[in-house]
Every structure is written in C-alpha cells, then in structure tokens.
Design a protein around this ligand. Structure first.
Ligand code: KIV
Ligand code: ZN
Length: 385
C-alpha cells in the first residue's frame, strides 16, 4: 500500500491564522505532541519572519528527534541563511523554499517575468543545496498557474537539487478534478519527476481542502500538508485529522497508509485549541463536540441497537472515549431509559412513563436537558406515592 508522508504546518501556516500568536514554549509543546501523533515533517515556523519565530524553530530543531523539521523561506539568500541557522541542529533539516508561479502573483506581487522567476527559483535552490540535505520547493498559487510553465520550472528546480515539489492551492480555488489533473499533468510531463516527491497543500476557502488533498494522492502526490483542526490563513488549511480519518475509514476508495497514530487525534486537537485560542465549531468533522453526539430519537435508538447505523467512525479510533446521547426534544424512550439506568434509578414501567412525559414537556422549554434536570424529575417521581 502506498504510504503518504504527512507534513504538518500547524506551527507555520496554522499560526498565520488571524489572532494566533504562539510563544516558544507553546510551540515546543505542540511540536512534542505532533511527534507523538507521528507526523513525518513539521514546519516549525518561518525563521526570517521574527526573532521569536527563529528561536521557536531552533528550539524545536534541537529537541524533536522523530520528525524532519522544516522552516519556510522566501527566495532570498538571507532568508535561506537564517533558516539554516535555525534548523542546522535538526535530525533531518528541510528548507521549504517558495516563489509564486501564477500570472497574477508574478505580475502584480513579484513584478517579475516568468523567466526571472525561473532564474531566481533555480539560483536559490542551488544556493540552498550547499547547506540543506532536503529542499522542498513550492510553486505558490500553483493551481492558478499555467501548466506548461509549471512543468518547465519544476524540471529546472529538480535539476538544481529540489527533492520535494509542493503544488499549493494557495487560495483554495481549485476543484478536486482540476487539482487532480494538475498532479497528473506534472507527473506525466516533468522529465525528472521520479527524483522528487510530489506534495499537496490545500486551503479551505471553498470547503474543498480535504477533497482536493484526496484527489492529489489519487493522481501521484505522496505527501500531504495540513494543520491540526484545519487552522490557517483565511478559511484555513486541510485539517490533518480529517484527512487521516478519511483514509482510515475509506481504505476501499483510498488504498493509502500514513504513519499517524490516530488515537492521538483528540489530545493533539485539544492542545492546539487550547494554546491557539481558536475555538472549534461544534459540528466540525472528527473533533467537533457534536461529531459523536446523537440527539434524535430515531438515531439514538439505531445507535443503541448497532452503533454503525449512524456512526461511521468509532470514537475510540480518534482517542474519544465514547459517543454521547444528548437528551433533547427529538429524543425517544430508548435513550431516555438508558439514561435513567446510568443515573442509578430503577423505576416501574408506570413511573418511567411519567418521567418520560415530564422530560418531554421540559424539552419544550429547554433546548438541552441536563443530568441535573433529569435527577430532579426522577427523584420527585421515585419518592411520589
Ligand atoms: O498556501 C501556500 O501557498 C503556502 C506556501 C507558502 C507554501 O502556504
Ligand atoms: Zn498555505
């Protein structure tokens, strides 16, 4: 089975989420948890962006031994030098060098011609190769770039020494079919592509980051980049926990493996939420508070009879103890009886029916009925003569 390398960028692209600012100790704590989670590469930061980030990357490079540590760099010698200083003590240092390749970025942002961008990319990869054993080169805004230009520039940067070629959907614009086609085209047309790993990096502006990442691996990508909880610029990056679970659950469709320890998902997600201060939507896939909660009577009854009626992911797979049956106005007798027993009550059929009637009447006034509410109802009914 094809193994997919997982490149985590929670500490770089993830930290680019508005309002997020991690200090060195917080970064290190997350890095250690990412190591336990089993990512292959972690992008620890952008060393040239600030002194704090430089120190954060250096501390992680010195501490984490079971993952390659990467740092982001623009196509300048001084960024590359700074990254090397931050990363040189890592077990497997990787430079992540990027330059934009789309017409809109080259014309308006870089103010350079395609030939100038190509020359700069090649020169900087060659320069970086004198220091770094691994160079990942990213064609920023690849999904809006001309495919034949991509083929030409990729061939040249691989000749110059790049070992990983990343094709980001920087603005989350691509559809799965388009994104997959780009990988296929590069794989089929770049003469020396066998010398490099192809990598996908998706943003979620149209809610397609996971679908696009899956399309990429079906078309030749063997590295996927993303963040924990999907944090990142604007609508965020591909959520690694979603990607990993999609592979785990739909192996029939996606025969790929990763080295991730899925049982660490909940712990990793909780830590990133706590330290970044970025809340998680209750209905967020895999790690949202409601991801394993059932409210309607029909669903609760089904799950009590066989969990897989309404649950495609076993919560223990991702480090969550159990599912939850939330009592609300759609709940039915089956879940209610289970709850009565869990709370330690044993009622006659008649009293249980009366308790259910009172509970239902309460749900018309309250969205969610708590254990305390139930306790009051049940105690009153149990003691009534
Ligand atoms: O989204 C993007 O294009 C990036 C690059 C810096 C790789 O994050
Ligand atoms: Zn990005």
């Amino acid at each position: 089975m094809q193994n997919i390398h997982i490149f985590d960028t929670t500490l770089r692209d993830g930290e680019q989420s508005p309002g997020v600012n991690l200090n060195q100790l917080e970064k290190l704590e997350i890095a250690k948890q990412l190591e336990r989670f089993g990512v292959n590469v972690m992008e620890a930061g952008f060393p040239a962006s600030s002194h704090g980030d430089f120190e954060g990357v250096r501390t992680i490079a010195r501490t984490v031994r079971n993952a390659s540590i990467a740092g982001l760099s623009r196509a300048t010698k001084s960024d590359i030098d700074t990254s090397w200083e931050a990363l040189k003590e890592a077990e497997a240092p990787r430079l992540h060098l990027f330059i934009a390749t789309s017409p809109i970025h080259m014309t308006y942002k870089l103010k350079k011609s395609p030939e100038q961008v190509t020359q700069l990319a090649v020169d900087m990869v060659r320069y970086a190769k004198t220091k770094f054993p691994q160079i990942e080169w990213s064609a920023e805004d690849a999904s809006r770039s001309d495919l034949d230009f991509l083929v030409q520039i990729i061939e040249k940067v691989i000749d110059a020494g790049a070992t990983v070629i990343n094709l980001p959907d920087t603005v989350g614009y691509a559809t799965p079919a388009e994104y997959g086609r780009m990988f296929r085209y590069v794989k089929d047309n770049v003469r020396n592509i066998h010398k490099a790993i192809l990598s996908a990096h998706c943003h979620d502006d149209l809610g397609l980051a996971i679908a696009n990442s899956l399309a990429a691996i079906e078309n030749g990508a063997t590295q996927v980049e993303g963040t924990i909880n999907g944090i990142g610029e604007r609508a965020g990056n591909a959520a690694l926990e979603e990607f990993a679970v999609a592979l785990g659950i739909r192996r029939d469709q996606f025969p790929f493996s990763t080295g991730l320890n899925l049982k660490e998902i909940k712990r990793t997600s909780d830590l990133v939420r706590k330290l970044t201060g970025m809340p998680i939507a209750p209905n967020k896939a895999v790690i949202g508070q409601n991801a394993f909660a059932h409210e309607s009577g029909i669903h609760q009854d089904g799950v009590l009879k066989h969990p897989q009626t309404y649950e495609i992911i076993n919560p223990s797979m991702v480090g969550i103890e159990s599912n939850e049956l939330v009592l609300g106005k759609h709940s039915g007798r089956h879940a209610f009886k289970e709850k009565i027993e869990k709370l330690g009550f044993s009622l006659t059929e008649e009293k249980s029916e009366e308790a259910f009637r009172q509970f239902k009447s309460l749900t018309d006034r309250k969205k969610e009925v708590t254990d305390e509410d139930l306790f009051t109802i049940l105690t009153d009914i149990q003691t009534a003569v």
